[in-house]
Design a binder for this molecule. Structure first.
Ligand code: COI
Length: 361
């Protein structure tokens, strides 16, 4: 197993291994930084940590070269989908410092999800430590300022063998990373989905279960084939209220009021969502977390979505049963102001008075 001793400089990365080997690469040769989208670029290292049979806590983890992992064919994750994902970004500011945004919030959300899915979870310290190490070990993959960020994807998986429907006897936490750019290129053009529901009360819509995503592929593919960027889900209980997109929370703007559906079990408690609520209230907007009938979205001045991957994106249009409404997305919108403030804090252009930033240089 490799033990890594870290030393980096800005334009050249130098990862030293325990046996004295070193890996060097010029940052500029790595990647077409201007062409980054939200797709996987394999990086150098990932972080692995295990909770073995009979143990209730994770033991110390380690960095290892990025690559395939071995899984039992009867592992809980492969057979019954016992798994959680997270997502967070390391960004390089104009000052060349590297910042993580509220990583302890991802740790807490993973712990909450783990309780629901009957899994042990890493402590906040273990989680944040693993993210710092993963970001630093892949430092050469963190895009230059303004070109994107390093997306870190932590996973918590039931990797022990199990045949009956029951929690796995063993768990693996891992975190890998990929440089990314925009998740969506322009504003979001939503097709409202009134046939497939993302979540139901009592289900897993409020946690980042890995099983929350692929059941939506059919609806997404159908919408994309018709030229939409994403689908907007309605609530499974009444089919009347807006819930969220496939990878983002939604906000509706009317006058000085910004509303978003409440996190009562069917909405993902997004960390960007939570941060935007705080930023918007400092900026003087009135915030309402409540059920939002589709008609309110249709009559809104503006709408936007939030998520770690998408940050803050304006909604350009919403189409429901063949009727399309369009929203302003140009300069001067509320979403633009919120986007600038959030990304300003994330990249160090705006002072972080909230203790949201973890610097990892
Ligand atoms: C994120 O925004 O980090 C997410 O987890 C959404 C993802 C499924 C792309």
């Amino acid at each position: 197993m490799l033990v890594l001793l870290r030393h980096y400089s800005r334009h050249e990365s130098d990862v030293q291994t325990a046996n004295g080997a070193s890996i060097k690469a010029e940052e500029n040769d790595l990647c077409n930084w201007d062409g980054l989208g939200f797709s996987l670029t394999p990086t150098d290292y990932m972080y692995l940590m295990k909770c073995s049979k009979g143990e209730s806590a994770f033991s110390q983890g380690h960095l290892t070269p990025y690559g395939n992992i071995e899984l039992s064919p009867s592992s809980g994750v492969l057979n019954y989908g016992q798994g959680l994902l997270e997502g967070l970004k390391a960004s390089r500011g104009d000052d060349n410092r590297i910042r993580l945004f509220r990583p302890e919030q991802n740790a807490l959300r993973m712990q909450m999800g783990a309780k629901r899915m009957c899994m042990p979870s890493p402590t906040t310290e273990q989680f944040v430590g693993s993210i710092k190490q993963t970001a630093l070990a892949n430092k050469r993959w963190i895009p230059p300022p303004g070109k994107g960020s390093l997306y870190i994807r932590p996973l918590l998986l039931g990797t022990g063998p199990i045949l009956g429907v029951a929690p796995s006897p063993e768990y693996t936490f891992l975190a890998y990373a990929s440089p990314v750019g925009n998740y969506f290129k322009g504003p979001l053009n939503f097709a409202v989905e009134d046939n497939v529901y993302r979540a139901i009360p009592g289900g897993t819509g409020g946690i980042k279960s890995i099983t929350n995503y692929s059941p939506n592929y059919k609806a997404i593919s159908r919408a994309k084939a018709k030229g939409f960027t994403d689908v907007l889900f309605l609530d499974g209980a009444t089919g009347k209220n807006i819930e969220e997109g496939t990878a983002c929370n939604i906000f509706v703007v009317k006058g000085n009021t910004i509303s978003t559906p409440p996190t009562k079990g069917t909405i993902l408690p997004g960390i960007t969502r939570k941060s935007i609520i705080e930023i918007a209230s400092w900026l003087g907007y009135q915030i309402e977390e409540r059920a939002i009938p589709l008609e309110e979205l249709i009559n809104a001045d503006e709408a936007f979505c939030t998520g770690t991957a998408i940050t803050v994106k304006p909604v350009g249009s919403v189409t429901y049963q063949g009727q399309r409404v369009e929203y302003k997305t140009a300069e001067g919108t509320v979403s633009e102001k919120l986007y600038r403030t959030l990304t300003g804090i994330q990249t160090g252009r705006i002072e972080d008075n909230m203790g949201w930033i973890v610097e990892i240089n």
